[in-house]
Write a protein of this length. Structure first.
Length: 152
């Protein structure tokens, strides 16, 4: 059962953090270079509509598998090693940022695009970019801690 939890945990982290990395480092600069704002904003809205359900699933799987593994290995929170607690804390922060991103700037982006308010939609996309950049950096830190934390 532990091997299944580890695989699901790693796949979920890869989907969430890898998706943010691709969106931020590869797609964003090319979309900005090649597409006019109305088309670019609509592209991002559609990408987020497809990516964010995967993030919701990844979050559920990460928390379920992470807590299951931690309790299976250490029996109680008092026995969790420091790197597990740091990883969990950062993941809670990332989840909070994602929930805010989803229900505030992403919702507003969709509303502004429906009313063809391109300048306001662009402001919301900029907020999403900032929040995703923060989550990407936090996610990379979690990967570093998760893979090498017990050796630090």
């Amino acid at each position: 059962m532990m091997s299944v939890a580890i695989v699901l945990h790693l796949l979920s982290a890869t989907i969430w953090v890898g998706g943010m990395f691709f969106a931020h480092m590869i797609l964003r600069p090319n979309a900005a270079k090649l597409l006019d704002p109305p088309i670019r904003l609509d592209l991002w809205k559609n990408i987020f509509k497809q990516f964010f359900p995967w993030v919701w699933v990844a979050i559920i799987v990460l928390f379920t598998s992470g807590y299951w593994m931690a309790f299976k290995l250490y029996q109680s929170i008092q026995h969790f090693p420091y790197h597990i607690n740091i990883m969990m804390g950062i993941t809670i922060l990332m989840t909070t940022i994602f929930i805010f991103l989803y229900f505030s700037p992403f919702s507003k982006l969709k509303i502004h695009l429906e009313s063809s308010n391109i300048p306001e939609a662009a402001k919301q996309l900029a907020k999403i970019r900032q929040l995703m950049t923060t989550n990407l950096l936090l996610g990379l830190i979690v990967i570093i801690i998760g893979s090498g934390g017990r050796y630090f």
